[in-house]
Design a protein around this ligand. Structure first.
Ligand code: C2E
Ligand code: MG
Ligand code: MG
Length: 368
């Protein structure tokens, strides 16, 4: 069992606070503490009343947002650094709030996690992402990418989560090999038995597992090896520091080398400049995503990149669209004949998996 406690504190103002309002203030502070995540505390301040009210309104609106058709999924392309080819796309959720407009995850994912609404929301996103991946592979069978979905620890701890993944894959007719689930490092660090079992079952199913925002939670690579993980995503804070801070370069180099040694694939997040991309390529990082290559895009825009077998970057436009570069488009068209068949990407994926299992086997023997 894994228990956490959140605490709300309120002080009694001399002669003004009744026991009832004191308890209400402590409750407001508690609500605020819970919003920060498990195990937090908060001291009441009068401005919290408005914040809590807004949160309550948002929580009410989030109920049924998927059913009302207010959720959108954007897909940020992931490129193979060696070639610039789009080999994957991360599903990122947006909420078209009826009053507040398009909201980014920072404005609702934590709330969804704190209230448990992340479970139905995540289920919807997963099904949508699998459907989208199937559409891409139907339209460009020679170039079908990996679709990556973020999964919250709340979802992983649900007893029926693995069955939900199977349902999403079957509902879309998508091969498990085409799905990667991203789990944050902190979720993996909790590694309670339900989470460990879910990760093992997902891995047996053939779904890839990646650790998101790696490097911020101080988890050890040795631990990841035991948790059926296939890859890690280097947090964008480290990528941003490349070229500025020699310490960051050393960290990314060491993490990449160690991850490869134990058969893990490495993806860099938040790549914003050509210089960062070059350094990451030289360090042997496998995949990358970031504004340098493309913003999160509508599913059709990613489908267009796949159909053209585009090499990124080709000038990232605003979120939701992608700038077309006619000259490059033609160059890409020309290069089409001699590019490796995208079946090769899947074959390479299978080979990587086999190598990973072998590496795991070898390492576990060595550790005994
Ligand atoms: P993440 O999984 O680490 O996703 C990457 C975030 O970085 C995205 O933010 C993306 O838009 C942003 N990003 C990508 N490239 C760049 C770049 O070059 N520079 C900068 N500064 N940022 C970049 P977004 O879409 O706001 O999502 C934030 C986080 O919300 C995600 O971080 C993920 O942890 C969470 N999230 C999003 N959708 C879902 C979901 O459906 N379920 C769950 N559980 N979490 C989600
Ligand atoms: Mg992610
Ligand atoms: Mg991330």
């Amino acid at each position: 069992m894994f228990l956490t406690a959140s605490v709300g504190v309120a002080a009694r103002a001399p002669r003004r606070t009744s026991p009832g309002s004191l308890l209400r203030d402590a409750d407001t502070a508690l609500y605020q503490a819970k919003a920060r995540g498990p195990g937090s505390w908060s001291i009441f301040a009068p401005r919290m009343r408005m914040t809590v009210l807004r949160r309550l309104e948002r929580e009410t609106a989030l109920h049924g947002a998927a059913e009302r058709g207010e959720l959108r999924v954007r897909y940020q392309p992931q490129v193979e650094l060696a070639t610039g080819r789009v080999v994957g796309a991360e599903a990122l959720t947006r909420w078209e709030h009826p009053a507040d407009g398009l909201l980014l995850p920072a404005e609702f994912i934590r709330l969804a996690e704190a209230t448990g609404l992340i479970v139905p929301l995540g289920r919807w996103v997963l099904a949508e992402a699998c459907r989208q991946a199937r559409t891409w592979s139907n339209a460009s069978p020679q170039n079908s990418p990996l679709v990556c979905a973020n999964v919250s620890v709340r979802q992983l701890r649900e007893p029926g989560f693995v069955a939900e993944v199977v349902e999403a894959l079957e509902g879309a007719g998508l091969h498990p090999d085409c799905l990667e689930l991203e789990i944050t490092e902190s979720a993996v660090m909790q590694a309670v038995p339900e989470v460990r079992h879910a990760l093992r079952d997902l891995s047996r199913l053939g779904v890839a597992l990646a650790i998101d925002d790696f490097g911020m939670g101080f988890s050890s690579l040795a631990r990841l090896r035991d948790l059926s993980v296939n890859g890690l995503k280097v947090d964008r804070a480290f990528v941003a520091g490349l070229g500025r801070d020699p310490g960051n370069l050393a960290i990314v180099r060491a993490v990449t080398a160690l991850a490869h040694d134990i058969g893990l694939e490495v993806t860099a997040e938040g790549v914003e400049t050509a210089e960062q991309a070059r350094m990451l390529r030289e360090l042997g990082v496998d995949r990358a995503q970031g504004y340098h290559f493309a913003r999160p895009l509508a599913g059709e825009a990613v489908g267009d990149l796949l159909a053209r077998d585009a090499r990124l970057p080709e000038g990232a436009g605003p979120e939701g669209g992608v700038k077309r570069d006619r000259a490059r488009e033609m160059a890409v068209g020309k290069g089409k004949r001699d590019r490796p068949h995208a079946g090769a990407v899947h074959a390479a994926r299978r080979v990587r998996r086999a190598t990973r299992s072998a590496a795991r086997g070898a390492l576990s023997v060595a550790a005994e």
